[in-house]
Write a protein that binds this ligand. Structure first.
Ligand SMILES: [Zn+2]
Length: 254
């Protein structure tokens, strides 16, 4: 048996329970959980109908853990490996899964922690294709978060937006758990980053992480992010702009 935080039904609070250690199938691994993220996704899954496919459910999708058992068909990780986990449960054989677009898998039953039990527990079973070894020198906490909050902006900046040197990048929600990493990822890709968020504290965090300009989307008088983007990047296209001499406007400045 093991301790776990379970969501007994939709809308109910999580509660501590003692439940059986999950069994692994031939293509699964069993992890002893070392670290788990506590993020907005878990709040959403507990508040939005349909995200959790059945109850009771153990949340937790940002995971670092030790492999303690492997299924008979598992070859790419072994017992004792320290691994982190991919969020999407996928088939692994369709054209999307085989071309690096697993999020489009038509056979996906859902996500870890929603369609399968997650890591708010001492142990967690997960398909082996969802785990990848953690490099030496990366902490458990960093690795757990990287699988979601860093992999997401990496994909957005490199594969979707294809941010390169000289590109202007607007990041809405720049002070949030994913946004703060998006700021840094866009900078690493060579982008000029305009960070938008709803509090001074969040914008200060974005600035500290390298944002080039800030916009506070709080009051009715605030410009929209789109308007601010046009204005704050027009100088970069060689035209005059009010913000040309103000690369670092104070939060809320317009
Ligand atoms: Zn697939």
């Amino acid at each position: 048996m093991m301790k776990a935080m379970i969501l007994p039904e939709f809308g109910a609070p999580l509660r501590l329970a003692t439940v059986p250690v999950p069994k692994v199938g031939p293509n699964d691994v069993l992890l002893r959980v070392r670290a788990t993220g506590v993020g907005l996704t878990v709040v959403i899954m507990t508040a939005v109908p349909g995200r959790v496919t059945s109850f009771p459910r153990i949340p937790g999708h940002e995971v670092a853990g030790d492999v303690v058992e492997i299924g008979s068909e598992v070859a790419h990780v072994g017992i004792g490996d320290r691994v982190t986990c991919h969020f999407y449960l996928t088939c692994g054989v369709c054209r999307f899964c085989r071309s690096g677009r697993e999020t489009l898998c038509p056979a996906s039953p859902g996500n870890v922690g929603m369609a399968s039990d997650g890591a708010y527990a001492e142990y967690m079973a997960i398909p082996a294709r969802n785990v990848t070894p953690i490099p030496a020198g990366v902490s458990d906490v960093d690795a757990a978060i990287a699988a979601d909050a860093i992999a997401t902006p990496y994909h957005a900046c490199r594969e979707e937006a294809r941010v390169g040197p000289g590109d202007s990048v607007l990041i809405v929600g720049a002070g949030g758990g994913v946004g703060i990493h998006a700021v840094q990822m866009a900078k690493l890709c060579g982008g000029w980053v305009l960070a938008a968020d709803i509090t001074d504290e969040k914008l200060a965090a974005a600035r500290d992480c390298g944002a080039d300009a800030l916009v506070l989307l709080k009051s009715r008088r605030s410009p929209t992010a789109a308007a601010w983007t046009r204005r704050s990047t027009s100088w970069r296209r060689g035209r005059r702009s009010r913000v040309r001499s103000s690369r670092w406007p104070a939060p809320g400045a317009s």
